[in-house]
Design a protein around this ligand. Structure first.
Ligand code: C2E
Ligand code: CA
Ligand code: CA
Ligand code: CA
Length: 278
């Protein structure tokens, strides 16, 4: 039992202690993940209403030699807490841009490749400066990069967000609001952000078309986005019924296991080649 100043008393359960130990251990190992070549990016296709692959989202994977794969849902928060998100984001940016250059050479570059940027990096880091530097060597990739920023990050500091998104747009980088609907932000905030896309959170997609409330929410999100001149991407599409509903309400793009899991770069290139073939 720990007494922290006032009357508040915190009880540390064995589970909490175990979780804290795991976080400490992950921080230690994450510190070496880049040097030891344990990180890689996989790419998940994003398709249009016809099912054609248009773009892709890069998702980070960490395969630790002893712990095995650790999910980004677990290690990204650890990276943010420890500050390791800074070098990790830099690794993601440079690795993805190098991959895009390879795809471009072989003629399999998607229209856009979206990278996830944590709120911390988006609001504090010199993100635009670094991206400008990396893109300097690859001017032709400028119109092909996109960033996904969570709703919560974007509204935490609206002034910085608006400025950064404007700078990114000048570099030809498109921004998407990730996990839309999962936060508590109001539409009036989103309306102020210079973004091109809204990604509708998987939580809403998961039980359409059976859940009339979520049907209404998805329909409203698509209508609102279109009213603001934004396109929509639905996340976590796993069934043909979900797809049909999303297409029927005018959702522009879809992403999910129905169309493809996050995959190695060569597998995505194969998908693009196959659909380009007559
Ligand atoms: P997210 O950005 O919302 O990414 C979508 C997650 O949904 C991914 O999980 C993806 O594999 C998963 N997913 C895609 N389609 C389906 C589907 O049909 N069904 C289900 N059940 N899941 C689906 P993943 O790869 O485990 O990533 C989890 C989260 O970790 C991401 O959520 C994102 O917030 C974060 N993350 C991943 N890569 C990066 C990165 O490079 N940088 C940062 N800052 N965060 C990242
Ligand atoms: Ca994302
Ligand atoms: Ca998302
Ligand atoms: Ca998510």
């Amino acid at each position: 039992v720990q007494h922290n100043g006032g009357n508040a008393v915190c009880f540390y359960t064995p589970e909490m202690a175990a979780a804290a130990t795991r976080r400490m251990m992950l921080t230690m190992h994450l510190n070496h993940a880049i040097d030891r070549n344990e990180l890689r990016l996989v790419y998940q296709p994003i398709v249009d209403s016809q099912g054609r692959v248009r773009s892709a989202e890069a998702l980070l994977r960490w395969d630790h030699h002893a712990l095995g794969p650790v999910s980004p849902g677990e290690f990204i928060p650890v990276a943010e807490e420890s500050g390791l998100i800074v070098p990790i984001t830099d690794w993601v940016l440079s690795t993805a841009i190098a991959q895009m250059a390879r795809w471009e050479k072989e003629g399999t570059l998607p229209d856009r490749v979206f990278l996830n940027i944590s709120g911390q990096q988006f609001l504090r880091g010199n993100l635009t400066g670094r991206l400008a530097e990396l893109l300097d060597g690859h001017p032709s990739l400028r119109g092909h990069l996109g960033l996904e920023i969570t709703e919560q990050a974007a509204v935490r500091d609206l002034t910085v967000a608006v400025r950064t998104l404007g700078e990114l747009a000048e570099l030809g980088i498109q921004a998407a609001i990730d996990d839309f609907g999962s936060g508590y932000s109001s539409l009036s905030y989103v309306q102020q952000l210079p973004v091109a896309k809204l990604k509708i959170d998987r939580a809403f997609v998961i039980d359409v078309p059976e859940n009339p409330k979520n049907n209404a929410l998805v329909r409203a999100a698509v209508g609102m986005a279109h009213g603001l001149g934004l396109t929509t991407v639905a996340e976590g599409v796993e069934t043909a019924e979900q797809r049909d509903f999303l297409v029927s309400v005018g959702c522009d793009m879809m992403q999910g296991y129905l169309f493809g899991r996050p995959m190695m770069p060569d597998a995505l290139a194969d998908m693009l080649r196959a659909q380009a073939a007559p």
